[in-house]
Design a protein around this ligand. Sequence first.
Ligand SMILES: C[S@@+](CC[C@H](N)C(=O)[O-])C[C@H]1O[C@@H](n2cnc3c(N)ncnc32)[C@H](O)[C@@H]1O
Length: 283
Amino acid sequence: MKIHQIIKLILKKYAKNKKNKIKEIIKIIEIGINKTFDKWKQEEEIEKKLIDTIDKISKMVLNYNFPIQYFQTFVEFGCSRRCLKLYINPYTLIPRIETEILVEKAFQRIMKLGIIKKYEDILIIDFGTGSGNIALYLTKLLNNNKIKTIGTDISFNALKVAQKNSIINNIEIFLLNSQNLNMIKKSKNTFLILLSNPPYLTKKEMRKELYFEPEYALLTIRKTFFYQNLINFSIENKPSISFFEIDKKSFEKLLPFLLKNQLKYSISPLQKSIYMLEIFNIK
Ligand SMILES: C[S@@+](CC[C@H](N)C(=O)[O-])C[C@H]1O[C@@H](n2cnc3c(N)ncnc32)[C@H](O)[C@@H]1O
């Protein structure tokens, strides 16, 4: 069967002839025949074994909304500044554009505040590192050997992915399989930069399109649970600055805690109803 015939078949079988699915189908075929679109030949015949693979991937992606990125196995992150190539698998969340913007905004704030110049030792902690995207991207952008970066995660499988990404991108980060940041001891003079995109959805908020990503990466028992613990850690480990990805509802619920503790914070939009919460603890 020729490529154009396969496209027609997949459109008919899994996309009810929806022409807006063509881009996705082209990606599926690229994965199936392991060749990018620009290298295809119009009249190329595709062998039966590969057509079966394309059919299976199409069914998963187009019928069941299985994320195509898990078949692609590599995604790009941070390409507006310094591209990272990230390996991902179903143990890790697929890195999102809002998280990329979060890291870029955090980077700009760190530079504006002159933190790198002012402090001799800097420790970056990325809580819930997943594929390592936040830890690796910020370390790459700051590019300074005063900085030590630690990524933590509850999932050992996610940490294996982050480790692989550290090697692929040639960026040194330390990885810790832990839920408890108190295991990390820093000296009084070290400046802490804490970042996290923690799980922030409740079971009720779970959406169909997130079904195939790991629950432990998405769900929390209480909207404010991770934020309060992380903020307490950042207060205990002053001087520090923290950057969190947060949705509107979590922020509203967290606000009384921020006010009660008289914390200096700012909130800025990332995408849709997702925000960056920044907390600054110098003294
Ligand atoms: C929303 S994902 C973020 C992943 C990645 N940082 C990103 O932005 O794409 C949350 C991450 O937190 C991790 N996680 C969940 N509960 C945790 C806990 N109690 N302690 C440490 N990490 C946890 C999950 O395994 C997951 O990798």
